[in-house]
Ligand binder design. Structure first.
Ligand code: BV8
Ligand code: ZN
Length: 258
């Protein structure tokens, strides 16, 4: 990976950012990597090491083995609670000081953008903190049995819904499930109305989220891609910044408004 300090931000990217009124930031698991949260496609650990994330993040997996799936999400939720937003999340949160309207569209299910201080956030794939009933969809706000959860890698049986006695499921969008209609509409509108979109830390493999970038390209938005590795989104980008979120984002902001 190139040295942290030798990345220069092209002047055209700085100028475009400086004169933008309305910016969208599309984030993926990569922006939380420097907080110590494994990206979605990083090796799966512990009880789940023999599975691919795509295999567990489905309603079918929950119906097949709810204890294993609920245990995986509990493990991830507890892990997020022990982590902090990193300098990349904080840099995005300061964007609002210089730009009239900043919308963070995230595929992540953690709450690090919220804790960093971003305030207009659209969670396309839900989050780890709003479990709901698998059968009646009611939000579940009971107390998770932390003692059981502390036993780390054990399978955990999900709580029971007090309304219909169904099983509680994680409040995320699984593969094969539709994204929340209102959130998706807001995300599409945010991209339509923006001057510039910054893509940070996503492999661009998951749809319809990844499709927002092609949409931005069709509408001739200025696109900045931030990722240490090449992705399908590179071909749409006006500016590719090859590096990590924690290095590039603070650099980009200080280059525009030092
Ligand atoms: C849908 C929540 C309509 C759960 C997630 C068959 C049937 C049905 C649908 C499909 C199908 N085949 C394909 C589909 C569409 C499917 C899909 O896209 N599949 C993919 C695998 C091909 N999509 C869906 O199913 C969606 N719904 O289509 O509904 C429908 C409905 C019914 C029938 C037909 C159609 C729902 C998708 C939502 C799935 N849920 N998450 C959970 O988290 O457990 S997606 C999951 O992937 C996460 O949200 C994650 O964020 C997301 C995307 O991954 P990334 O964020 O990009 O993370 P990844 O690890 O891949 O990459 C990390 C990147 O960061 C890398 O590029 C790396 O280089 C970079 N990086 C690393 N370190 C850093 C960094 N960058 C910056 N700084 C660093 N330090
Ligand atoms: Zn219920």
């Amino acid at each position: 990976m190139s040295d942290k300090n030798d990345i220069t931000i092209p002047v055209h990217a700085i100028r475009r950012l400086q004169c933008s009124e309305n910016v969208v930031v599309l984030t993926g698991a990569g922006i939380s990597a420097e907080s110590g949260i494994p990206t979605f496609r990083d090796a799966m650990t512990g009880l789940w090491e023999n599975y691919r994330a795509e295999e567990l993040a489905t309603p079918e997996a929950f119906l097949r083995d709810r204890n294993m799936v609920w245990g995986w999400y509990e493990q991830r939720r507890r892990e997020v609670m022990t982590k902090q937003p990193n300098i990349g999340h904080s840099a995005l949160a300061t964007l609002g000081k210089y730009i009239n309207e900043v919308t963070v569209i995230t595929q992540n299910v953690d709450d690090l953008h919220e804790r960093a201080g971003s305030n207009r956030i659209l969670h396309l794939h839900g989050n780890l903190f709003t479990p709901r009933c698998f059968d009646c969809d009611q939000l579940w706000n009971g107390m998770i049995d932390y003692q059981a959860a502390q036993s780390s890698n054990k399978e955990l049986s999900p709580p029971i819904c007090p309304h219909c006695h169904g099983f509680v499921r994680p409040g995320v969008v699984w593969f094969g499930e539709f994204l929340p209609e209102d959130i998706w509409r807001k995300a599409e509108r945010a991209v339509k109305n923006c001057d510039l979109i910054i893509i940070v830390g996503t492999s661009g493999l998951v749809y319809p989220a990844a499709g927002l970038v092609a949409m931005a390209n069709q509408d001739e938005k200025y696109i900045i891609q931030i990722n240490p590795r090449e992705t399908d989104h590179d071909k749409f980008a006006d500016c590719v910044l090859r590096g990590s979120a924690g290095t590039i984002l603070p650099k980009l902001i200080s280059a525009a408004w030092a």
